[in-house]
Ligand binder design. Structure first.
Ligand code: FE2
Length: 573
């Protein structure tokens, strides 16, 4: 059965009220699931990853956020960023390319990749634009993080209003310092970025830290930040519409940077690092916060996949069949089985210890995204790691990719037929598989979340909520005590399936369905204990970033001033 053709449908998304159609809704399962996505009206561009940001939110308590008492609110909206507002006013001057949507204003900040909750605040991120804060209830734009002058923009063509900022879609919130750690790469030089939630961002260049490709993730321990080169390769000729000639780098540098050295160094001054190399390719990786026994990192390798390449209508797939034009724009799925490793790094000695590996060509293909316990307690001592895999999908592998990766791909590992998508759990320390549940071949599971059982009351103020727990923690943190919630895209209708995190193999304990309505491609998801209106606080105004508006033609400059006034006045897009 094929990948859902509605995956890349350009139909306008709708709010839905989902109904329980199987199982029983677990007592104590609540809070909000939030998902970032590119808006589908730009799926006809060269890459769906560059569509303007939108958010979906599924309320895990029935009868809330406008849903009838027995229904679950699925709400959605396009984020009215300055980029989105300018494009809505002057669509004629925006051009989608393989490196983003360009215009005389600069580059669209799509903010479409990952929702990042921080307490009751909600941000949405991507790799080539500043994080954007939105209202968790209405998804309306509140501000970008850090004035453009505090970041280094990658400005090959003039970007007088919309800077292209090379950063990461996965910044992290430091539970001890209550700050956001991120990165800013500038012509390959790595800078670490720190933000306290209100003021300017602070940056430090990292001595000797070069990023050959890009950074998709930063992860942390109590004392260290970990930043690796990630497998999104942009060759120079691609900037001007040329073809890729090389595969993504098979290995890359990984930098460990001490937090206390950053804190002791004035902003803008260089800070040292410890350098390691990691292979094969990486995009997502997660350190155990407690580093008393060393820096341990779980890598979800993306071996022989290429998300920087997309399928075209005239491509041939892995089996030599013509690709379906309905999938044009879909990124290159893996040509090799998934590989996950746990690696321990000793910055003092340079020693690298491979502690565990998980690789099963019979079953584990096209790992999509994971569900884990993001509470401070869960990060310090993780127990379970849940992953969604989409199965071996030859129609999402195309011959142009294979030609680049030919020497690295072992075709004898390809299953003889498509394999089922699945959700699986493994132990975090040794990656032992503890449970597997297979979906239907026509399902396309995406972006799962972990929801802790019996979380602390999010309405209680204070760092520990009066009972010693952090804001996102359940009673028994780590990832095994709670639920794994998996959205499933399917041409016959969208579903959400809920699994007991301790026993995913039992199958779903509850299923929500959209009565045949479909949902298009989405990216990352996250869990928040609640969605409440954003608080007033000092935020960056778009109007305060317009010192270069005079570089634009008069009509475009007028358009910018109009957008700035509309944002200040709260005028809808
Ligand atoms: Fe990601």
């Amino acid at each position: 059965m094929p990948i859902p053709r509605t995956l890349l449908s350009r139909d306008e998304p709708n709010d839905l009220d989902l109904r329980l159609v199987a199982g029983a809704w677990p007592d104590g399962l609540g809070g909000e699931m939030v998902l970032s996505a590119p808006h589908p009206d730009t799926f006809d561009g060269p890459h769906p990853f560059f569509g303007e940001g939108m958010l979906y939110r599924l309320s895990l308590t029935p009868g809330t956020h406008g849903a009838p008492a027995d229904r679950f609110a699925w709400r959605q909206g396009r984020i009215d960023t300055p980029s989105a507002r300018l494009r809505a006013k002057r669509p004629d001057v925006f051009t989608p390319t393989m490196i983003g949507v360009q215009s005389p204003f600069g580059t669209v900040n799509a903010a479409n990749t990952a929702p990042l909750p921080w307490g009751d605040r909600l941000f949405t991120t991507w790799d080539v634009g500043r994080p954007v804060e939105v209202d968790p209830v209405t998804f309306s734009f509140l501000g970008e993080v850090g004035h453009r002058d505090q970041w280094q923009a990658f400005e090959l063509a003039p970007q007088p209003v919309l800077p292209m900022v090379m950063t990461t879609a996965h910044p992290v919130v430091d539970p001890d310092r209550d700050v956001l750690w991120s990165v800013n790469t500038f012509f390959g030089q790595l800078h670490v970025v720190c933000w306290d939630g209100d003021g300017p961002v602070t940056t430090w260049p990292i001595e000797g830290a070069v990023i050959p490709q890009s950074v998709h993730t930063i992860t942390q321990t109590r004392d260290w930040l970990v930043v690796g080169d990630c497998a999104f390769k942009v060759e120079p000729q691609v900037l001007t519409g040329g073809e890729r000639t090389q595969p993504a780098n098979h290995d890359g540098p990984l930098y460990l940077i001490r937090k206390d050295e950053l804190e002791a160094t004035p902003a803008g001054r260089p800070v040292g690092c410890s350098v390691f190399r990691v292979a094969p390719e990486i995009n997502h990786y997660y350190a155990v916060y407690d580093d008393a026994d060393g820096v341990r990192v779980l890598f979800e390798h993306t071996e022989n996949a290429d998300i920087a390449m997309t399928q075209r209508p005239d491509d041939l797939d892995a089996l030599g069949r013509p690709c379906d034009p309905a999938l044009a724009g879909l990124y290159g799925f893996p040509m090799s089985p998934d590989r996950n490793t746990v690696v321990q790094f000793d910055p003092a000695t340079g020693e690298v210890t491979h502690r565990a590996e998980l690789r099963d060509p019979s079953m584990l293909w096209t790992r999509q995204l994971n569900a884990m316990d993001w509470s401070a307690e869960g990060m310090a001592a993780p127990t379970s790691h849940h992953m969604v895999n989409q199965g071996w999908r030859p129609e999402a592998v195309f011959q142009r990719m294979l030609a680049l990766y030919e020497d690295r791909v072992d075709r004898t590992e390809w299953p003889t037929e498509e394999t089922a998508p699945l959700v699986m759990s493994c132990t975090r320390d040794d990656l032992a598989v503890t449970a597997v549940h297979e979906f239907g071949l026509d399902d396309f599971p995406t972006s799962p979340i972990f929801v802790p059982r019996d979380p602390r009351d999010p309405g209680v103020d204070g760092a520990d909520g009066g009972d010693g727990r952090s804001r996102y923690a359940g009673r028994d943190p780590g990832g095994h005590d709670g639920w794994v919630v998996v959205p499933l895209l399917n041409d016959s209708g969208f579903r959400v399936e809920v699994f007991d995190a301790a026993d995913v193999g039992r199958g779903p304990v509850a299923v929500l369905d959209a009565a045949g309505a479909t949902v298009p491609f989405v990216l990352h998801s996250a869990w928040m204990p609640r969605a409440v209106p954003a608080q007033e606080r000092p935020r960056l105004r778009f109007a305060d970033e317009l010192d270069r508006v005079g570089e634009l033609d008069d009509d475009l400059a007028a358009c910018v001033l109009e957008v700035a006034a509309e944002i200040d006045d709260g005028v809808p897009i």
